[in-house]
Design a binder for this molecule. Structure first.
Ligand code: ADE
Length: 232
């Protein structure tokens, strides 16, 4: 039977999900709690990876190897990079790339992984379409975009950096896990999509906004995920 891997990085990002998963059983691997159960009658594994690309990569590989998930959906918050995004708005990943991959001294463009064919990992088109459908239904003010998710092991809180991430790397939002999930999914040929609701604008006020809006934004991202899984 198909099993869906559902990931977040922080407690706030999976709290609502865990409340709704039935017949829960927890397995601990690599120090991560993997909660199996049923959600909308479907077999799921819910987990909190922890923050950053290494945590996200290791957790994703465990989901694939040990739980044999055939789809991975990530729900959480991000800093807005596209200038038209506001706090609470949704970004659906068209692809994910690491903004902190930097081998420019060797002549590689920023974000390019040396000696590798793909550095900008495309999300599954069917999952993107399903996410768009969920957003069209639930985001009444049409406050969502499909765009590139940029990830790095940095909390961004500088407007100049944000502008660069948009102008030079064509990012829609910035966070710390999506590209690691995307890369591991690509290596294993597992379809994925990242859903992110904006908790801040990654500028000088990002720390304050992140603290204030993360719970609300995480809730919005969960609502989209909820609608998506119902339709899978
Ligand atoms: N997640 C939420 N806001 C973020 C930011 N400003 N930078 C990195 N990750 C984030």
């Amino acid at each position: 039977a198909a099993t869906i891997g559902l990931m977040g990085a922080m407690d706030e990002e999976i709290a609502l999900l865990l409340k709704q998963v039935e017949r829960q059983n927890t397995v601990v691997l690599a120090g991560i709690n993997f909660v199996t159960g049923l959600f909308h009658g479907k077999e799921v594994v819910v987990c909190k990876s922890g923050v950053g690309k290494v945590n996200a990569a290791a957790t994703t590989q465990v989901l694939i190897d040990r739980f044999e998930v055939d789809t991975i959906l990530f729900t959480g918050v991000a800093g807005a990079v596209h200038p038209e995004l506001n706090i609470g708005d949704i970004v659906i990943s068209s692809s994910c790339q690491q903004h902190d991959m930097d081998a420019t001294p060797l002549g590689f463009a920023r974000g390019i992984i040396p000696y590798q064919e793909v550095s900008d990992f495309p999300a599954d088109r069917k999952l993107v379409r399903l996410a768009e459908k969920a957003c069209s239904k639930l985001c009444t003010d049409n406050s969502f975009i499909v765009g590139k998710v940029l990830s790095g092991d940095q909390f961004i809180s500088d407007y100049d950096v944000v502008r660069e991430l948009h102008e030079k790397m064509e990012g829609a939002c910035v966070e710390m896990e999506g590209s690691a999930v995307a890369q591991v999914c690509h290596m294993n040929q597992i379809p994925y999509v990242i859903l992110r609701s904006m908790s801040d604008k990654a500028d000088g006020t990002a720390d304050v906004n992140f603290a204030e809006f993360t719970v609300l934004a995480a809730q919005k991202s969960f609502e989209i995920l909820n609608e998506m899984v119902a339709g899978l």
